[in-house]
Design a protein around this ligand. Structure first.
Ligand code: INI
Length: 167
């Protein structure tokens, strides 16, 4: 299992989570692991907002709206799209990934893609399992890292301008 090093507390970070109800036995695991990891890194309960939507297809619209509200430093999207034997899989997984990417670009808020796309329920369960892949926990860590990256990047120009001698 790979572990990412994270420095500093995420106290004060405001994180929104949009999670699909479809395949709830899996998405509940993702949400729990995500919230527990956010908490372990110092994110306060009052600064987390978890919203449920019917399925993965509905995630991007709600994530975009929440991101554009200015109330969140990062958003996390959680869902499970399982191929089974329906072409639905292709449409939904393509649309949710495209929509989440677009929502981040439209809002300038990092939006983490924590939507599992697997062949089987067993594979999705494994990815949601905190003792195996722990994708919910990973999504939380990515969100915290991205809040820090955005803050650094927003400061880059200001710092170098301050160092530059006046003409
Ligand atoms: N939604 C999912 O989140 N995962 C799936 O695997 C899935 N499949 O396979 O159909 C799914 N369908 C529902 C979809 O996301 C929408 O909620 C529905 O089409 C209403 O817009």
């Amino acid at each position: 299992m790979k572990h990412r090093k994270m420095s500093g507390s995420a106290a004060g970070f405001r994180i929104g989570v949009v999670a699909a109800r479809f395949n709830q036995q899996i998405t509940n695991k993702l949400v729990n692991a995500c919230v527990n990891t956010l908490t372990a890194h110092g994110v306060r309960k009052e600064n987390m907002n978890v919203v449920r939507v019917p399925g993965a297809f509905e995630i991007p619209l709600v994530a975009r709206l929440m991101a554009k509200s200015g109330r969140f430093d990062a958003m996390i999207c959680l869902g499970a799209v399982i191929r089974g034997d329906t072409p639905h899989f292709e449409y939904i997984s393509a649309e949710v990934s495209r929509g989440i990417g677009q929502a981040a670009l439209d809002s300038d808020v990092p939006i983490i893609f924590g939507v599992l796309t697997t062949e089987t329920v067993a594979q999705a369960m494994e990815r949601a399992d905190t003792k195996k892949f722990n994708r919910g926990g990973d999504a939380a860590k990515s969100a915290i890292e991205m809040v820090k990256v955005m803050r650094q990047v927003k400061n880059v120009g200001q710092k170098s301008a301050a160092r530059r001698p006046a003409n």
